[in-house]
Structures are given as C-alpha cells and as structure tokens.
Design a protein around this ligand. Sequence first.
Ligand SMILES: [Cu+2]
Length: 380
Amino acid sequence: MASYQVSSQHRSTAPDREPSSGVGIKILALFLGIAVGVLAIVAVVLVQTADSARDEAKVAAGTTDQSAHSDAETSAVSLPLESFAGKTGENATELAAAHAATNAALPPVSAGDLAKVHMTMKDLVVEIAPGVKYNTWAFDGHGAPGPVVHVREGQMVEMTLTNGGAIPHSIDFHAARIAPNVAFRDVAPGESFTFRFRASDPGVFMYHCGTKPVLAHIANGMYGAIVVDPATPLPKVDRQYVLVASEWYLNGDGVSEPASLSVEKARAMQPDWTTFNGYANQYVTHPLISKPGETVRFYVVAAGPTLDTDFHVVGTIFNRAWVNGDMTQFQQGVQTVGVPAGGGAVFDVKIDEPGLYPFVSHAFAHVDLGQVGLLKVGNP
Ligand SMILES: [Cu+2]
C-alpha cells in the first residue's frame, strides 16, 4: 500500500517537472560550457608546465641546444640509456682471480671509552668489476665502501674527516643523534673537521657523504657501515662478516678508460653493476668461509644510493634476523629480509652441512648485475 502511494505521487508530480527540467537542461548546458572552457585553460597550463619542466631538465642535463629541443618535440620519446651491464675486461676470469677481495671480516671493536676515527677522503680510480675502472670519491684511500667502524653501545665516537679530494664532502652517521647542520657540515678541500657523538643505539648503520647532490656523492662511492655492539652482548658466534650493498651507474664501460657517474642512469635507477663491498661477484671468486656447525653473523647495510637489498642465503634459513637493525628483538626461521636503502640488518646462520651457499639480493636483477657471493662451508 505504501509503495503504491509513493509511485502514484511520482506520477502526479511528473507533469509539473517538465517545464523546470527544460530550465535544468539550459543550466546544465551552461555548466558544460563553463567546464569545457576551464578544461581548455587547464590543458594549456599543463602543456606550458610540461614544456618548462622539460626545459629545466635539459638545463640540468646540459642539453639546451635548439636541435635537441626540436628533436624532443618531434619524437616525444626519450632515448634509452646505454647499459654497460656485464661488460668486463677481456680476460675477466683472470682479472677477477687477481683482484684482492675486500676483507669482509668485522674488525675488532675499539678499546676504551673514546673511539677515534680518522678518514682522509681522496679521489681515486678503483675497480668495481673485472677490468672495469671507476672514478670514485673515496672515504679512506681504498675505494668503496669506506672502512667499517666498530664501536660499543655507549662509547663516544670522535670522527675526524680530512678532505683530500677536489670538492667539499661531509660524513653523515646514521648511528648518531646529533644536529646534522653542525656535525655533518661540508668540509672544504684541504680542511679537517672533528666532531663527536655517543653511540647510544646498537645495530648496524650506514654512514655516507651528505653533501649535495647526495645522489652523486653516494653513487660515487661515499658510504660505509658502522657496527655498534649492544651493551648486552648478542649470542656468541664463530664468524662475523660485514656486507655493504650498493649500485653503480656508469657513463662508459670503464674498460678502456675509467667511467664516471651517469646522473641520468642514477635518476632512472638503471645501474650497470650492483655489488657487495664495492666489487661485482668478488665473493664468488673469493668465497667467505666457515666450518660445518659454525654460526656466521652477517651485518648488512644497503647503501644504495637508491635500491634496496633483499638479503637471502641460498640453502639455509636465518636462525636469527635482527630486522631493520632493531637489536631489541630478532625474528627466527625467516628466509629473506628486505634491507632498505639507508638501512641495515643483522643475520645469523648456522650451517652444518659442507657446501657452497650463495648469499644474494633476492631481487634477482641484482644477482645478474653482481650482487652475489658465496659462503664456503668446510671443503665441499
Ligand atoms: Cu662527498
């Protein structure tokens, strides 16, 4: 009954609505007209904004000449960035064998209450893959990563930075709680600067140059790891290794002459090489070692500059994983842990069976580009 009344009411009001719906159509048409006008203005503004953004990008890339402009206008597509992935010197196997692998063993902790650290920055050519040379900005005279700093929770760290390079640099410790504008300030070439911070938080942290553009300073090798042992010691292990993951963006293959940074590739996140401790596949050629039944601890930092590392050891499962370097708790029985760019994590594996156990970033493009090594357990 109620529904009938409603429908009859609708029917009775229908004739009254006809004149007003005619007015409605006119108003609708008016609104549509205004909307079309507004859309046209927005479209013009967007095109102009895109044009000016493109021009700014060209200024940044140094390609402001008129021909480049008109090419871009007509093609409306950007050229692919040339990859030098996998391009090594000719005798790659011999070169890889001859390369002395970066010592991954965790250095001893500094004694006393004050840990003094001195780094002298230098511009130098290093090898990042067999026969592939790169112009780095190095923290301490031997390329990327910089030296591992190992301290105890509560210890005072006194950092002295001497800039032996050609441009200003700085050092940003993720392990510090400190005013960055003071402590992480730029140090001019030829100058030294000292600051102190208390290592109040245990874990494994990244350090890096924080001078602008930070992308370029990190991509050129200015990064490293600091390990802060907890006041309450972690479970005892047999071996401890530090792995700093990073990626390299090359403007040439680095074989005939040293490559430098390709800012375009770094921005596009298209690395040519990805590495543990700065050199592609170095621990495949020169494996890290342990004995059956031993527990091995890995301190992993993902330096980037941009890409994360999905840490995984093939053939085993993490007995303990201090995810994100949170040393107050660990996860057990986990397979792969993401280490974000600018982050760190700690992993324990106990392996009983002799064999070759690859450690990788399980984002497998990274393995292809060189972020893989072997843990050799016993003499398989
Ligand atoms: Cu720098």
